[in-house]
Design a protein around this ligand. Structure first.
Ligand code: ADP
Ligand code: TYD
Length: 202
């Protein structure tokens, strides 16, 4: 039986990494074989592309092309083989992030992203996506408290993150069966409960 592909999305600082780790452990306790991964990244080459994407200034289209180059590799080397072997794959971000960040955040035309999406993944989509939703000022405060140096995306303006946040919420409204919005203002235990309920009932 094919495993399930779950993705976690949201603006930087919304709680993806925290709940990604928890969800992977939760699924393992449920007896699933689980692969934890992330984008950009997830493969040796993908992680090299990630390092460039998070640090080097580049043309917006270069940025989108590199995101999809890393994704092509990720699908081929990790995601599709794992699913075919009945494993569950939990990825910290996937293609919704490209529509939100490069599309609505930076202004790349959605039809260009759609063309790359078709090329790289055909009709393939996550089975379930969680969007961690948080007002940008709270996300910013939480990120500041972590004390880690901000990357090229995390240094973006509040307005940029407002557009990214709205983009995710619009996508969730269009695809409510796949994309579940989680209110990240809630406490970590409350969020875990919600994730558990949704995963168990899907
Ligand atoms: P992301 O991966 O989306 O950038 P993180 O999971 O790294 O976000 O969370 C950013 C910071 O916020 C971390 O210090 C984390 O402990 C904290 N955090 C995550 N979720 C919550 C929450 N629901 N309430 C309070 N703090 C949270
Ligand atoms: P992120 O998961 O936030 O890394 P970390 O939690 O370690 O900071 O991802 C890195 C950045 O990549 C994030 O700011 C969003 C950006 N990104 C895009 O702009 N487009 C994409 O398609 C993807 C997958 C990520």
């Amino acid at each position: 039986m094919r495993g399930k592909f779950i993705t976690l999305e949201g603006i930087d600082g919304a709680g993806k990494s925290t709940h990604h780790a928890w969800l992977v452990e939760f699924l393992k306790h449920q007896g699933k074989a689980v692969v934890a991964t992330r984008e950009p990244g997830g493969t040796e080459l993908g992680e090299k592309l990630r390092a460039l994407l998070l640090s080097e200034p580049m043309h917006l289209e270069t940025e989108a092309l590199l995101m999809f180059a890393a994704r092509r590799e990720h699908l081929d080397k990790l995601i599709l083989p794992a699913l075919a072997h009945g494993k569950w794959v939990v990825s910290d971000r996937f293609t919704d992030a490209t529509y939100a960040y490069q599309g609505d955040g930076r202004g790349l035309a959605p039809e260009k992203i759609k063309a790359l999406e078709r090329w790289v993944q055909g009709d393939f989509q996550p089975d379930l996506t969680f969007v961690f939703d948080l007002p940008t000022e709270i996300a910013c405060e939480r990120l500041a408290k972590t004390g880690s140096a901000p990357d090229r995306f995390e240094r973006e303006t509040r307005e940029f993150f407002e557009r990214v946040r709205e983009s995710y919420l619009r996508r969730a409204a269009i695809e409510p069966d796949r994309i579940k919005v989680i209110d990240s203002r809630l406490s970590i235990p409350e969020i875990k409960k919600q994730l558990e309920n949704i995963v168990v009932s899907n």
